[in-house]
Ligand binder design. Structure first.
Ligand code: NAD
Length: 446
């Protein structure tokens, strides 16, 4: 599961050969390490709205080095473009070109962030054009960035301010190494709800979280990350994976629950375990999933139904049980793991893509149900992640899939886990019904 090509083209002779031949040279990404600064280097806040001023002031209180004007040739950690008041496409020109002039000074692993408003909520065609223009601009800019730098956008719904907790939580996530493999994406903050943690290193302290499919791969890493962030974790997996499950549970000082999530009473069993062993349940991460790839012309009933049952039907049934219980109250949070296959489609994966498209549909439609109990439900859609699942893809196909994103490399399970840990935190309460891609700006799909 190591990317030998990336190692080869970034050292010694391999680096020189790759440079001469113009081969992709994937950069080492700036990933989160507890205790490290949020970002190194000054943060340039561009934009002339009141929101730009209040954001700059807020960032100063985070002990960041903030600039409202670029200092020539000073290396920048990040550029934030606050475009929350654009009314016409012409309004984009000045802030964007001024930011563009600073791009050469962006440090490796730097960040570009836009803060704007959703086009569908605009009250005039010109305002909608300007807002949608930010979308096209940012996605293109993200493809121009190099050296592990990323570009992402925050969309503030009506009534949400630049310094609402959800917006600030998103700014913190995108600036940090937690978002290393999130690139070219927009995240909508739909309400001003949320509370920034007083302890950014342990934002999940006091929470009890369930992670399904936690014996290995992405699920095991989600369990480790939620534990690192302060949560007590219940790890769920099949009885056949019991040994691995127990090992990961021991590692994160959590409890193991051997359970097939397709059982009719799975939701009940999860609730009972969490209540009996830990006295509460705050967070559920639906990660367990399988692939059974075949072209549709060769698809048999068992391949189709097993994928649909595990990847989506089980989640619907578990959520129904959770939402029907008085124990899943008081800001409950659910995150489901979808896939870019469910957005862009993938040859040989009609069953898998239907199930993952289903996850995204479920999340959007369940958002009001969770909001009614003060909670939230979101999905992350990983692209190519280095796991046992992708290790089985034939070499040539794997190499193509791995490089077909703006960062020219596969993500790590930890990259998916970081996005989930952010979405289940109370600071992210204003994010509900969203799908966040963790795909390095995969070239396929939206
Ligand atoms: P994996 O196969 O390594 O792990 C999946 C885990 O789920 C296993 O431990 C398995 O035992 C468990 N599981 C399967 N069926 C179960 C059931 N009925 N009940 C309980 N547990 C069950 O997979 P992974 O690569 O870590 O993927 C995790 C999730 O991420 C999946 O939902 C997958 O679809 C999604 N995903 C992965 C990638 C990738 O590149 N690896 C990309 C996009 C999405």
């Amino acid at each position: 599961m190591t990317d030998k090509y990336a190692q080869l083209v970034n050292h010694g002779l391999g680096r020189n050969v790759a440079r001469k031949l113009g081969l992709p040279q994937p950069a080492a990404l700036r990933r989160y390490q507890p205790g490290q600064p949020l970002i190194t280097g000054p943060v340039l806040v561009q934009g002339s709205s009141a929101g730009a001023d209040t954001l700059a002031t807020e960032l100063l209180s985070w002990d960041l080095d903030v600039r409202r004007h670029a200092v020539p040739r000073e290396k920048l950690g990040a550029i934030i473009l606050v475009l929350d008041e654009v009314e016409r496409p012409e309004d984009l020109e000045k802030p964007i070109l001024v930011a563009g002039a600073s791009l050469r000074d962006l440090a490796p692993g730097g960040r570009v962030l836009t803060v704007s408003r959703p086009a569908p909520e605009a009250d005039s065609p010109a305002a909608a054009a300007a807002r949608q223009g930010v979308d096209g601009f940012l996605r293109s800019l993200a493809k121009e960035l190099r050296a592990g730098a990323t570009g992402n956008g925050i969309l503030l719904a009506e009534g949400v301010q630049v310094t609402s907790p959800g917006a600030l939580a998103a700014v913190r996530f995108f600036l940090s190494g937690r978002s290393a493999f999130v690139d070219g994406q927009f995240l909508k903050i739909s309400s001003p709800a949320g509370e920034l943690s007083h302890n950014p290193e342990q934002p999940l302290a006091g929470k009890v979280a369930v992670v399904t499919g936690a014996a290995r791969g992405i699920g095991a890493q989600i369990a480790r990350t939620l534990h690192r962030d302060g949560a007590t974790v219940v790890l769920v997996d099949l009885p056949a994976a019991g040994e691995h499950l127990a090992a990961v549970a021991n590692e994160v000082k959590g409890t193991a629950l051997q359970l097939d999530i397709t059982r009719e009473d799975a939701g009940q069993r999860i609730l009972e375990h969490a209540m009996q062993r830990h006295g509460r349940l705050n967070i559920v991460v639906h990660n367990a999933g399988i692939t059974r790839d075949k072209l549709l012309a060769n698809m048999d009933q068992s391949r189709w139904s097993s994928v649909i049952n595990i990847n989506i039907v089980a989640q619907l049934r578990i959520n129904e049980a959770l939402l029907g219980s008085e124990h899943f109250r008081g800001a409950p949070r659910i995150v489901s793991v979808a896939s870019t296959s469910g957005i862009a489609g993938n040859r040989g994966q009609t069953n898998y893509a239907a199930s993952k498209g289903g996850v995204m549909g479920m999340v959007r439609a369940s958002a009001p149900l969770l909001a009614a109990v003060g909670g939230s439900i979101n999905a992350v859609a990983p692209g190519f992640i280095e796991t046992e699942m992708t290790e089985r893809i034939p070499f040539a196909l794997r190499e193509i899939a791995r490089r077909a994103n703006s960062l020219q490399q596969g993500g790590r399970p930890g990259d998916v886990a970081e996005a989930i840990a952010f979405l289940v935190s109370d600071a992210a309460a204003g994010i509900n019904g969203e799908v966040l891609r963790v795909c390095g700006q995969n070239m396929v799909g939206a």
